[in-house]
Design a protein around this ligand. Sequence first.
Ligand code: E4P
Length: 217
Amino acid sequence: MKFFVDTADVPAIAELNDLGMVDGVTTNPSLIKKSGRDILEVTKEICDLVEGPVSAEVTATEAEQMIAEGRKLAKIADNIAVKVPLTWDGLKACKVLSDEGNMVNVTLCFSANQALLAAKAGATFISPFIGRLDDINLDGMQLIEDIRTVYDNYGFETQILAASIRTANHVAESARIGADVITAPPSVIKSLASHPLTDKGLAAFLADIKDAGIKIL
Ligand code: E4P
């Protein structure tokens, strides 16, 4: 399973990238706002830093404008994935931009039917939002499972990019179900290393190291 980092924070991306944890990056208008940076500048910097796909989202809501914005974003670097919302206009833009050879990430997906449409429109990635479904007491993981089944039933090659990941369990469950990619904030990716028994075991070893005066260097 590939790991994308869901942020426009360049130092945070660089830290994870140095560890080999970054297969790609996703951004959205809220993350660009949080970065306080110009979208074109920060996206270029991220594209130069990582080898994998970097999702940059259009701002328009009508297909023609989305296509124009998508073409401009795609010129930033070869590893840009143009992100469009899952609306009828977004699907039109997805079809045109993917036919032109661009990677397209269709975002804000909340149903298997929406995912089916995105695959038929040639999406490279479909982004179902797990956390936002959980927020309204629906089952985000069930959506990942449903899309996996639908895509496998018909051999769609669109990659399932499990998004709106808030917890380590979301990551583990996405991997168990067979999502192709997860995108998560740096804090969630780092939290995957934590386990209370690791902390407890290390504390016991450190106590024994001290008691026995064990030295290596
Ligand atoms: C992914 O592409 C989205 O930008 C992101 O995962 C949304 O996450 P949120 O629901 O925590 O804002």
